[in-house]
Design a protein around this ligand. Sequence first.
Ligand SMILES: Nc1ncnc2c1ncn2[C@@H]1O[C@H](COP(=O)(O)OP(=O)(O)OP(=O)(O)O)[C@@H](O)[C@H]1O
Ligand SMILES: [Mg+2]
Length: 737
Amino acid sequence: MSILEQLNERQREAAACVDHHVRIIAGAGSGKTRVVTTRIAYLIDECHVFPNKILAITFTNKAAREMKERVESILGPMAHSVQISTIHSFCVRLLREDIRELGYPRNFTILDSEDQKSILKEIYKEQDVDTKVFSYPSMIGYISSCKTAFVSVQQAQEMAHLEGQRIRANVYAAYQKRLADMYALDFDDLLLFAHRLLKESEEVRTKWQRRFSYLHVDEFQDVDELQYAIIRLLCAPDAKLCVVGDPDQTIYTWRGARVDIILEFEKDFPDCRTVILNENYRSEEHILKGANAVIKNNKNRIEKDLYTSRHSDAKIIHFSAADEQNEPVWVAARLKTLYHSGVRYRDMAVLYRSNYLSRALEKALLDAHIPYRIYGGIRFYERAEIKDALSYLRLLAPKQADDDKELWKTLAVRRVLNVPKRGIGAKSIDTLEQQAQQEDVNLYEVLKHPSLSQSKAKKGIASFVEVIEECRRCVDTLSIDQLMKKVLEDSGYLRMLQEDNESDRMENIKELLNDMQQYVENDPQADLNDYLQEVALYTDNDLYEGNDVVQLMTVHAAKGLEFDCVFIYNLCEGIFPSERSVSEGGNAALEEERRLIYVAMTRAKKQLFLSDSMGYSFVLDKIKTPSRFVMEIPPELLEDVGAKPRNRFSEDVDVYAQGSFAQARPAVSHEAAGESARPKTKRRKRGDQLSKGDLVHHTSFGDGVVIRLEDGLATIAFAQKFGVRKIMADHPALSRK
Ligand SMILES: Nc1ncnc2c1ncn2[C@@H]1O[C@H](COP(=O)(O)OP(=O)(O)OP(=O)(O)O)[C@@H](O)[C@H]1O
Ligand SMILES: [Mg+2]
């Protein structure tokens, strides 16, 4: 039986078209990704193409892994050598082989946003830049936009006429210099450097072009100019490119994605064949009809309608909670009911518009003892303890022949030299940094002969160096996870967590060790440098696979995935669609929000739940109403439940889950919106720190949401009257709700 049998006729035509470039334009759930995986298997099994001649680019690590699994399930281990990865991972691979052409060592460092911030901090100090005027995120955004628009430091400086512009351009200059000194690349650089190499070096270009005869790109509707340029450079004249995408699912235009790239694909690839698929295999009838009805309201789109042969009477459930507290409790109750009716937790997902919305939901799930995992939010690898642990590990990495200075190690030393406390203060570190600069070595090297007078600091430094040197001697004999454990034990880091009773942090460290163990098992040849490179690209999605937990994520993170039951949470006007897209963005922004809800709805296979809540929102500073997108769903597809269902006079009030969980339901407030009694707030205990997304109460400004935390200062959005304010996070007037 041919591999192609598992496809319908149109899909088969696309998968078997191996002598032309192929473009598949089709709606959600129509089997685009399935065509790509089957095509890869077909190429190998029936056209006898070597697996390593095939490249596939996907959008997230999770999608890449799923694609690999699908190909492996058809072909077995033969599929191992097909290259399936995100564009960033692919560029890292390319750079590791060829970055020397640009004068960089193979083990260049990849910076994440915290590293970037730490570099900016230093530059701000040197150049006396005020963080209140130039916040770190806005500076990082500025640098990124210069880079992706190919604006060099020199050009930025020439274009800068106003004082503010000059300050930014100078920070950009210093930032670039610092990165170059450290042989470090930020995320933009990964693509930019790969592009430069492919464009400028004919040797590199032909080498990589020779490698791949068949290239595939999934989610092509969200490709930006730079990514497209890289893909084109990778295509040899006789290679065949297959791109698949759905213009209705373009959700990254705010980051430069351009839907015209897929629409005008034939301009660059004239002999391409276009295949349109219109049968949806994922979602049951009402879900699909609902999603189609919503997306139809976009004016700027190509008309296409999907149909499904999966008929069912199950309607889309819409719940309006009487108030904000009730909404997450309802979601939790429903999840539990589904679980008791036999659906596994891992087949359920709750999607929301922005990360901060997950907090109340998390609380409800914890109360209901429902296991869950958040994708996104504070990324696992951005948590302090994980960054500390990896910094220790970085210090153990063997030196590479072409990077004798290893200036990037300075970042790692700075992070952990005094964690746990070794009596080394900020002043001593400053002195040491100056010494390192004078001697033109990295910070770790000066620790071996520090010119410091304080004996306490000197002693601390000596013990730190001793631990690192001892562990370095074990690099060749211990596996990566053993090495990690050793350095955390010897340095006193684990003891510090135990003594501070940091059980969450301990759990995270354990999870990291677990992950390392798996990494070693999967790839026994990989060395410490390989691991460190790989880990720099990880996101939270890469951990905790396989557990039976409900998945919580933003709609953006859910791209390409599917679940039996999907909840879309907090569907209120001003939240989804977001306030900004409604008030400032004009029609284009609203249409992007609509594509986003289309993506969200089409993730569901069997059941779709939409929820919102009524009452006064202090974030929006107004009475909440259900999202216009809910109104765009024809009423006959919806089953309204809840306290006050959309004025449709339905008597059908939702029943909460039975049994003990019913007690978790808070009293429903029927008081007029805005006048309801403010819930009692507790005075914060010492050490009970705030985090981003927390709801807080201020004695003068009322309720608010923490939108940023930096250096002990909390940026809080209060009701419009008071606006966004910065307040000391431990100010007595402030309490967490
Ligand atoms: N011909 C087919 N027969 C049976 N099932 C199919 C067929 N085509 C696709 N499917 C199933 O339908 C679901 C959706 O397919 P897939 O994920 O490939 O769609 P997609 O077009 O990539 O969706 P998205 O736009 O969300 O990325 C999957 O579970 C897939 O296995
Ligand atoms: Mg897909």
